[in-house]
Design a protein around this ligand. Sequence first.
Ligand SMILES: Cc1cc2nc3c(=O)[nH]c(=O)nc-3n(C[C@H](O)[C@H](O)[C@H](O)COP(=O)(O)O)c2cc1C
Length: 380
Amino acid sequence: MSNTIATDVETLFRPFPFGRVNLPNRLVMAPMTRSKSPGNVPGAEVAAYYRRRAEGGVGLIVTEGTHPDFRGAHGSPDVPNFFGAALSGWQRVVDEVHGAGGFIIPQIWHVGSVRKKGVGPDPDEAIVGPSAVMHPVHLSRGEPPPGAEIPEAMTQADIDACVGAYRQAAVDAVATGFDGIEIHGAHSYLIDQFFWSVTNQRQDAYGGNLAQRTRFATEIVAAMRAAVPEDFPIVFRFSQWKSGDYNHKMAASAEELDSFLQPLVEAGVDIFHCSTRRFNDPEFSGSDLNLAGWTKKLTGKPSITVGSVGLDNDFLRTFGGQEARKAGLDDLIRRMENNEFDLVAIGRALLSDPAWVQKIRTGREAEVIEFTRDYLQKLA
Ligand SMILES: Cc1cc2nc3c(=O)[nH]c(=O)nc-3n(C[C@H](O)[C@H](O)[C@H](O)COP(=O)(O)O)c2cc1C
């Protein structure tokens, strides 16, 4: 990626129809866990943090992952719920964002077998997953860490209850005034554990080849679709990479990717959010298209790209202790002009600078507040 700052950013500032609203531009805040919700309820500080991004001109905000009401959903402390007392906290978030002229959708997230025993609010709650297989991330550094255990394989009753919890989250997202909803089907959390052959070794209708392993996800999407108005967008986030195997290609070819995507389209996904570490990595050999590019081409559905936009290295390096520096947007703009994807999600750059979007629009890149690792800890 070139380090020259592009001047023609207009293509990023075309409106985009999203359910009942028109997003003012193509720039989306990526979902980012902040762990700033004591008691699993998002408070005033969290609402003000999202409001600042709306004021800064972000076209659409995807909230941090927030847990549905099915056991074992929690994987780390102070992450907000999407049920019970947390819903009034979310109501405040929606009101603040709408008050600033922004749009927002929640990301619904069950961590599955990544959970470790001892994490609140129910520290003794079971660890669940598609199969009784220790999550590979727990084995990636030798001995499993304290609290990591082989999960309980979900029964049909568990699956039905979990699908019901996602459905209820969609109902509550509508009632709270959100502009749509995102399902976290990426990064080897519960839904992705069903997609991944290592964590899904089921012999029933939820296991099998990649297309068959989408069944749990398609039941969730279909249940949500039936519970919300037709024009309430359902966004589905997925990734090829897995925690514990960052170079994994769940779909090894475009044909295999197609076999994965079509059942999700049929179930009712409106937009695919294609999580990659670097948006400018070609997904398969023989073409420059990235994952979002292939997804849009294969499904005809709009897609969101993400990964190292405006920064010169990826977020896993950030978690590993490296800093990232500002990078230019030329390649992003070229791809957007080619209609490779429809929307672009920005993660870390928006943690340090809530006004990143405005500054890019008005040619003030030099004023962008540089992302450094200390922003991971605070709600700037
Ligand atoms: C602090 C932090 C928390 C994150 N939490 C989530 C999350 O809750 N859900 C999710 O799907 N991705 C999560 N991600 C991944 C981001 O959504 C995004 O895909 C990633 O940061 C790449 O974008 P970037 O290079 O612009 O930062 C997180 C990333 C960061 C840096």
